[in-house]
Design a protein around this ligand. Structure first.
Ligand code: ADP
Ligand code: MG
Ligand code: ZN
Length: 624
């Protein structure tokens, strides 16, 4: 990101420290040691010195605090050799010297005394600081140098005029952009909102798989609003030293409040925001908890109106976050940043293709068609790979064949990380989802079918059919539940009809269908054979259609068998209903699936009009 970053890169600071330490050593070796020690004088034991005094061999003595130097007499009145000894506490010495007629004096104060002692005072702390800093910077360091162990490591981005990220740099993710445009507006004109007494949201959580542009979106918000952007990664809060994480949070928000209005962006929020209850046994836990608590305190701390600091955070694992983080007043807004569909992928490719020279034959739409499941980052990487291949092939532009080869390379790498469907799988998923949609369009209990997608979503689903309720429902009748089960089996039934074989993709559907059928029998008393009895223990309130059944009561062998038979009967009837519906509407199934394969997503009015052509099988028991 070519945005100005206000931070000395750690490497250059590290080199600076090493240089400082070396300089100090150099000073000590060359100046201080000679001054302190002076020229080398041979030392002798104190007893020898006394002996020599007593035997009258000593000419002159200089008594210092730490050293006694003495010169021996010579025959011809020339300067004799000088020795030194270490004094012991001896009050008799002056008397003895006088007796023997030795000339003696105290040592003069050392020359350059003030300078030496100044160096003596200054250099050791400097060395200490240098070493300290070395370790701190190895642990991550801080922006303000020496005393920065607790300071936040946030990088501050300020709008550089030339390269500032805007929403134009982000393709697709329309819903996310719509949400965030509002945030930009909050930042630009907070008065408009506070005037009416509206509370400006404090936290927005961007949720989505890796590489879908969460970080990019956060930067775009800052760029659009023209405000400072503090960016820090959750993993940077988690430190070796206890208490550092929380003091970093405190410091980060202190800085942010000074610069308000501004944006604080916490990437990888899950690194600190993991649920406190799901604790591990390792020691880092306490530290993370403190950091999390501090973050919560800070978010509660700045009241609406006094400073417009908006906290954006990103995560690809919202399910592990502590519920306290998601409470109102904290990250109460969640924005889904999902993998791009066909047209989004084309738009993303267009943005990144601007950076390379394209050949005449390049067809971005064709490339987008061949890259289902790619996230934005994968597409950016794809364009770069293609450019590299073009350069290797000695071309001055990127050709379609470079893209074709790059796709193969990227896919090979991606398949391990996320799901990229091949053409056959894509076709199966398409028919499967249309199967759900067709059967689902005939049932009222599940709401209206609003969207069919074969863009792999998140980590689990390969495609999905979205049914939204048209009204709040609190009760469901038996026909609606049977319809729901049939809808769940619609996917598998379509596979059976079209391909004559079944894939592993329907496992979750079957699980849910069976659970629902079992609850009809054992909880809701909807079986004529078994009657209105609850065959399950410990009723927990649960919403219709979710959760697994509770453990069964103690049952007799026959009752258990009867339950199993009834559950099987319900599921099989529903399966037959689904098959009948799909066979009756085979042409429509083909038509919608073909279209879905082309566009990957069908939704809204277009979908409604297609599904309105579904015919009801006369023998089926749906409420249509
Ligand atoms: P995340 O934070 O969701 O993991 P990033 O924002 O870091 O993903 O995206 C990595 C890179 O991928 C971006 O810098 C950008 O080049 C590219 N990218 C991702 N999504 C998009 C998008 N929707 N439009 C344009 N480029 C994108
Ligand atoms: Mg990111
Ligand atoms: Zn399914």
């Amino acid at each position: 990101m070519p945005i100005k970053e206000q931070r000395t890169p750690p490497r250059s600071r590290l080199i600076g420290n090493i240089f400082l330490a070396l300089a100090a050593l150099f000073l000590i070796a060359n100046f201080i040691l000679p001054v302190v020690l002076g020229p080398q004088i041979p030392g002798v034991p104190y007893s020898l010195f006394i002996h020599q005094v007593q035997s009258g061999e000593v000419d002159r003595v200089q008594v210092g605090q730490n050293e006694i130097r003495f010169q021996l007499k010579t025959e011809n009145d020339q300067a004799g050799p000088v020795f030194s000894t270490t004094p012991i506490f001896d009050l008799e010495l002056p008397k003895l010297l006088e007796q023997k007629g030795v000339e003696f004096a105290a040592a003069p104060p050392p020359k350059n005394g003030w300078f030496t002692s100044l160096l003596g005072w200054v250099i050791p702390p400097l060395i200490f600081v240098a070493i300290w800093q070395f370790f701190v910077s190895r642990g991550g360091g801080g922006p303000q140098g020496v005393l920065s162990i607790g300071k936040s490591k946030a990088k501050v981005y300020v709008e550089g005029e030339s390269a500032r990220t805007t929403f134009a740099d982000v393709a697709g993710v329309e819903e996310a952009k719509t949400e965030l445009v509002e945030i930009v507006d909050f930042l630009k004109t907070p008065e408009r909102y506070t005037q009416i007494g509206a509370r400006i949201p404090k936290g927005v959580l961007l949720v989505g798989p890796p590489g879908t542009g969460k970080t990019l979106l956060a930067k775009a918000v800052a760029g659009e609003a023209g405000v400072p952007f503090f960016s820090i990664s959750g993993s940077e809060f988690v430190e070796l030293f206890v208490g550092v994480g929380s003091s970093r949070v405190r410091d980060l928000f202190e800085q942010a409040k000074k610069q308000a209005p501004c944006i604080v962006f916490i990437d990888e929020l899950d690194a600190i925001g993991k649920s406190r209850s799901s604790g591990g046994f390792y020691g880092g836990n306490d530290e993370r908890e403190q950091t999390l608590n501090q973050l919560l305190t800070e978010m509660d701390g700045f009241a609406a109106g006094d400073a417009t600091v908006i906290v954006l955070a990103a995560t690809n694992r919202p399910e592990v976050l502590d519920p306290a983080l998601l409470r109102p007043g904290r990250f109460d807004r969640q924005v889904l940043v999902d993998r791009p569909d066909l047209s989004d992928r084309e738009a993303i490719l267009k943005i990144h293709a601007q950076k390379v020279k394209l050949g005449e034959d390049v067809n971005l739409k064709a490339i987008a068609t061949r890259t289902p499941g790619f996230a934005g980052a994968d597409l950016a990487n794809l364009v770069n790979e293609a450019a590299l291949l073009a350069a290797r092939n000695q071309r001055s532009y990127v050709a379609q064949e470079d893209f074709a080869e790059a796709i193969e390379r990227v896919v090979a790498g991606l398949e391990k990380k996320s799901r990229v469907l091949n053409d056959k799988e894509k076709k199966i998923v398409a028919y499967h989802e249309v199967g759900h949609a067709l059967v689902g369009s005939l049932t009222s209990g599940n709401g209206r079918v609003e969207k069919i997608s074969i863009v792999p979503r998140g980590m689990a689903a390969l495609g999905y059919t979205l049914q939204l309720p048209t009204e709040d429902r609190f009760l469901m009748d038996e026909a609606e539940l049977r319809g729901q089960i049939a809808t769940l089996l619609g996917g598998r039934s379509a596979e059976e009809i079209v391909f004559g074989s079944i894939t592993t993709g329907a496992a979750n559907d079957l699980q849910r269908a069976t659970d629902l059928a079992e609850r009809m029998v054992t909880t809701y008393g909807m079986s004529k054979i078994l009657g209105p009895l609850a065959y399950q223990q410990g009723q927990q309130p649960m919403f219709l259609g979710d959760g697994a059944p509770n453990p069964r009561r103690m049952l007799s062998e026959e009752t258990a068998q009867a339950i199993d038979r009834e559950v099987k009967e319900i599921v099989e009837t529903a399966h037959q209903q689904a098959l009948d519906t799909l066979k009756l509407n085979r042409d429509l199934l083909e038509a919608i699936a073909t279209q879905l394969l082309e566009t990957e997503v069908i939704e809204g009015e277009k979908l409604h009009s297609l599904l309105s052509q579904v015919q009801t099988a006369t023998q089926s028991g749906f409420s249509s």
